[in-house]
Design a binder for this molecule. Sequence first.
Ligand SMILES: [Zn+2]
Length: 65
Amino acid sequence: MEGHGFVLCPLCGERIGVYEPMIVITPYGARRTSRAREPLLPQSGAILLHDGCYGIEPYERGENG
Ligand SMILES: [Zn+2]
């Protein structure tokens, strides 16, 4: 059932659907896109995250207040 070219989100370990909003991390910054819009991104070596997972950033774990 696992087709070639699927993408796993490194934060939650789940697949990123073709039409799901996702975040791509590039040397120029992060931006929102989708695999449907940019099907070659997974092959480019870029870091791809779910749009929702991107909010969970290391800097979020600051003071617990
Ligand atoms: Zn995720």
